[in-house]
Design a protein around this ligand. Sequence first.
Ligand SMILES: [Zn+2]
Length: 204
Amino acid sequence: MKIVGFRTQEGLRLGVIEGDRVIDLQAVDPSVPNDLAAVLSQHNGDLEPIGDAKLRPKDTKIPIVKLGDGQAMLIYATAVLGSGRDHAKWQSTHGVGYRYYPILKAGNKSLDPLDPNVPYCESHMQSTSTEEEEVMVLSEDCETCQKFAAQYKVESVKASNDPTRIVLEFETDGSLSAKAVLLATLDILGKRFSELATQAAGLA
Ligand SMILES: [Zn+2]
């Protein structure tokens, strides 16, 4: 689909090229903004998606272009779906990492280090041990450690890791939400494992 901006007596209009004619989108779709030049001169968040509201940009703060009087934008847009396995341009996920779930005790009290209410210090309370608890002295110069010390009335913690639980962390480039990426990933993995199971079942 080719989308064009074109000038008329009523100002800048948005249209779709069909064959050798241009269909005036504003005339057929009342949801298309009338003051198109003003919209296009701002941020992508100001663009009104035509049709499905799901097509609204995820990141609304990206400037597109500043248009002067009498200027218009000509846009040819084609959306192609793909996965990062085929090409890096579809890679929406970055900084993927995983680690064992940290175990933390203040005195004899077991805490969940990833609970937002626990002032967990990644620098001074994170052990590499999976076998035995490591006693780690809280830093006097560290704000988080001192907050922890005041909250639980301790000067040290006992820390280790639970190798049976994995914390997976990643971020996205903003094109998709983290939840959407995770759900799509699980869907892809589910299909791949089911293919593998089918092939395994076919073995003699
Ligand atoms: Zn600290």
